[in-house]
Design a protein around this ligand. Structure first.
Ligand SMILES: [Ca+2]
Ligand SMILES: [Ca+2]
Length: 266
């Protein structure tokens, strides 16, 4: 039998780490592992168009054509940050905070692609590839949005009732006019927050409109060159349909946009 003092010591052993938790948790607590395997990526254009038209007008087919064809790829296992990079962490590592909407827990935005690459490098990580990002965003499920198949209030930060843009989707309320503190909405199937909405996220790949038609079947890393970099996941400024895991968008890598941030992979 354990003596009472041993029980006390054992209890102290189990309780102490939580009381003495440092403000820098180990990497595994900040990241989720996405298993190696075959994954379906891409989306049907007509389905995307009808999904858009359920809640918004106008909707244009050309916005969604780059998500075709749906195809299967193989990915090695990787780690993904659970949160968009918040301003406090970015500023501490980079010595500046380019964000327009200021707040320690708000996601950094107005960050260039190169700055995102540099931040990830300094933290021993890298930007995810476009394919990794899409697979991670789906959370291991075949669903239209990161949370399921229907747009709902309280699942992601998009251009809702509070959003002061003329294309706001008034019938939904997420509570945020612009950016929300990272992790304000429930995680997806892999434990990742804000993969849909809040800020777009830069990924590693150059953008090519037809890339899903000719990408390699194993660990695709994008075209070898280009003018635009891919950003993913939609943001506070978008229709809900823009927050789907399969939505593909792009911008020049030196652009500073108040709706584009990033997260790192490893
Ligand atoms: Ca919003
Ligand atoms: Ca996001």
């Amino acid at each position: 039998m354990f003596s009472p003092s041993i029980v006390v010591i054992l209890l102290a052993f189990f309780i102490a780490p939580q009381q003495g938790w440092s403000d820098e948790p180990p990497a595994h607590a900040e990241m989720a592992r996405i298993p190696a395997g075959k994954y379906k990526i891409g989306f049907n254009t007509d389905q995307a168009l009808s999904e858009c038209a359920k809640h918004n007008d106008p909707c244009k087919k050309k916005w969604f054509e780059d998500e075709e064809p749906v195809h299967t790829i193989y990915l090695n296992s990787f780690l993904m940050d659970k949160f968009e990079v918040p301003q406090e962490k970015f500023a501490r590592k980079m010595g500046n905070n380019p964000a327009e909407f200021k707040g320690n827990d708000l996601p950094v935005e107005r960050v260039t692609w190169s700055e995102a690459v540099e931040y990830c490098r300094l933290t021993g990580k890298r930007l995810p590839t476009e394919a990794e990002w899409e697979v991670a965003a789906k959370g291991g499920k075949e669903i239209i949005y990161t949370w399921g198949n229907e747009v709902q209030s309280g699942k992601a930060n998009f251009c809702d009732f509070h959003c002061e843009k003329k294309w706001q989707t008034k019938q939904f309320r997420d509570g945020f006019k612009t950016t929300a503190p990272v992790g304000s909405f429930p995680p997806n199937g892999y434990g990742l927050h804000d993969m849909g909405g809040n800020v777009y996220e830069w990924v590693y790949d150059w953008y090519a409109r037809q890339y899903y038609g000719d990408s390699p079947a194993k660990n695709p890393t994008g075209p070898s060159t280009g003018r635009y970099k891919v950003m993913r996941g939609g943001s506070w400024i978008n229709y809900p349909v823009g927050t789907r895991p399969t939505d593909r968008t792009n911008a020049k890598p030196d652009k500073r946009l108040n709706f584009v941030g990033f997260r790192c992979a490893k």
